[in-house]
Design a protein around this ligand. Structure first.
Ligand SMILES: *Cc1c(COP(=O)(O)O)cnc(C)c1O
Ligand code: SF4
Length: 305
């Protein structure tokens, strides 16, 4: 099976626990508990590979291939049942949807496509007047950073308001190859945000996350989302309870700079969509008088207008 083979980059790192736990499958786990399509994305597929769930933005799943397959992937469904991507169909759909202003190119990993294919997708999207922002969601920086070459960056920086959203879960994933690829992108002026999946036994500790977020910001990457692990097939053992997740957020908030703080988000089952949760700081409210807890746990009274 394809997902048991590793490229040379990952082969050199797979002995580390943080990598082993993320990428080395126990093949029986895929048939165990969980749901096929936890985000109910199927329902929102409008043309081949185009998911339109929220008013002003769409997702394009341009491939189902990745450089390495994550045991906790929420789109495992696509590994087998991917119905493909058609650029013409997506462009035609978007032409008539004036309120869609942002396109998120996702997958699989878009960087498994050739530079030429990526250039073509970006070119056609950039030609649409309503599309103001394009975001590429990728794990290439942590699974195959050498794929990002100067020529790749030259293609990316030609296109309008492009952002990269990179998937990274553990400080061990910040290698010299990772830094080199990130530097190429950041130096070209393309902004980068990060997405981290909160994973039991891998990064469910505020000290690990603090180290990760500090280093990301130092490298000019803004931590964007800390995702709760979705209920996809075989994901149960990685899931962290909401209460513990909020406790981790509480330990980070105020203790680390706001620039280093992602939002904690997860997807509601049955197509409820993404929601963001914050640890609760309002202890009590009586009319306009609030009793509020600060980041040190001390209580304050706030008289609102
Ligand atoms: C997460 C997601 C987006 C992007 O949402 P942001 O909150 O803007 O990052 C768009 N469409 C779908 C279906 C999503 O799951
Ligand atoms: S890189 Fe993303 S799409 Fe690919 S296996 Fe991992 S979580 Fe799934």
């Amino acid at each position: 099976m394809e997902f048991v083979k590793f490229n040379t980059y990952l082969t050199g790192l797979i002995h580390k626990n943080s990598f082993k736990k993320q990428f080395v499958f126990n093949l029986t786990e895929l048939v165990r508990s969980g749901v096929q399509d936890p985000l109910d994305e199927e329902k929102h597929i409008k043309t081949k590979g185009l998911i339109h769930r929220y008013p002003d933005r769409v997702v394009l799943t341009v491939t189902n291939r990745c450089f390495a397959y994550c045991r906790f992937c929420f789109r495992k469904n696509n590994w087998k049942n991917f119905s493909g991507f058609e650029l013409d169909g997506a462009i035609n759909y978007l032409k008539n949807k004036k309120h869609v202003r942002e396109v998120l190119i996702s997958g699989g990993d878009p960087f498994t496509l050739s530079d030429k294919q990526i250039d073509d997708i970006l070119f056609q999207l950039s030609n649409l007047n309503n599309i103001e922002v394009i975001r590429i969601g990728t794990r290439v920086f942590t699974s195959n950073p050498k794929r990002i070459k100067k020529e790749t960056v030259d293609i990316l920086k030609k296109h309008k308001s492009l952002w990269l959203a990179i998937h990274i879960n553990h400080p061990d994933e910040i290698t010299k190859e990772f830094k080199k690829a990130v530097d190429l992108i950041a130096n070209s002026g393309i902004p980068i945000v990060s997405q981290t999946v909160l994973l039991k036994g891998i990064n469910d500790d505020h000290r690990i996350l603090k180290k990760l977020f500090y280093t990301l910001v130092k490298l000019r990457i803004k931590p964007y989302y800390l995702f709760g692990c979705d209920q996809a097939l075989g994901n149960e053992k990685f899931r962290v309870p909401i209460e513990k997740s909020l406790d981790i957020m509480r330990k980070l908030r105020g203790n680390i700079s706001g620039l280093c703080m992602p939002s904690y988000a997860f997807d509601l089952p049955n197509g409820g969509g993404k929601i963001i949760l914050e640890p609760q700081n309002i202890l009590e409210r009586k009319k306009n008088i609030y009793r509020i807890k600060n980041f040190e746990g001390k209580e304050f009274v706030y008289n609102d207008i």
